[in-house]
Write a protein that binds this ligand. Sequence first.
Ligand SMILES: Nc1ncnc2c1ncn2[C@@H]1O[C@H](COP(=O)(O)OP(=O)(O)OP(=O)(O)O)[C@@H](O)[C@H]1O
Length: 261
Amino acid sequence: MNTTAPAGSLHIQGLVKEYRPGVPVLKSIDLKIDGTGLTSIIGPSGTGKSTLIRCINRLVDPTAGAIWLDVGGQRLDMAQLEGAALRHSRRHIGMVFQEYNLVERLTVMENLLTGRLGYLSAWKAWRRKFAPEDFERAYQLLDVVGLGSFANQRADALSGGQRQRVGIARALMQQPALLLADEPTSSLDPKTSVEIIQLLGDQGRERGIPVIVNIHDVELARRHSDRIVGMTGGHVVYDGPPAGLTDDHLQTIYGGQAWMQ
Ligand SMILES: Nc1ncnc2c1ncn2[C@@H]1O[C@H](COP(=O)(O)OP(=O)(O)OP(=O)(O)O)[C@@H](O)[C@H]1O
């Protein structure tokens, strides 16, 4: 069974987001993210990291600018799509959330299968009529995320780290061309955070798809990312390899010095 999908290539141009008219949170962001590898977005609280991630899959509507996702020879304009076209396009973008967003009273298997809902007709989705390959894919992914024996466990019986593994497996069920993760480690202990970031990076590399993670822990980002995007005040002020991220850059991104000692 083919478990991977074509890689997506993301091109963001002039992206602006205003929640209140005239008060931009994102101030003309330009970014190109393609190929494989883990890109971490760092920056102070309130600088627009989550807003950026959520504009890409249209959980948030951009105010201006373009978000092109090239996948399988097709160019999707994520900033403009609406209705069924938007729902179809979203299948290409897997999303992992800080608070996992699992259905607590459902089993791990049932949670994973919800990752396939976007591929079913409305009738089949309503009746939860999943294909045998969906079950096969779900079992494979549970092994991949280290939860092979948890298929029938209810989500509310899992630890935070286990929940996040389910969240990642559910996102991978979509066979995404691009994987986004909005602060996937903020609720986890340091050891589990490393495991989750490594899992995201490994899965991105194995599937040959870009992974974009919004993260607070600069050292974690530095150690496990292929690329760092540093944001401050709604602008990108650093975009490059972790090795190139200097103390001067960190001062520009976060301000001050005391926190670095
Ligand atoms: N739905 C919303 N309505 C109005 N303002 C919002 C909304 N979501 C976010 N904001 C505001 O937009 C700004 C950027 O928020 P965002 O969550 O994107 O930042 P962030 O860099 O991800 O912050 P954090 O690291 O604390 O999560 C903040 O000032 C926030 O209050």
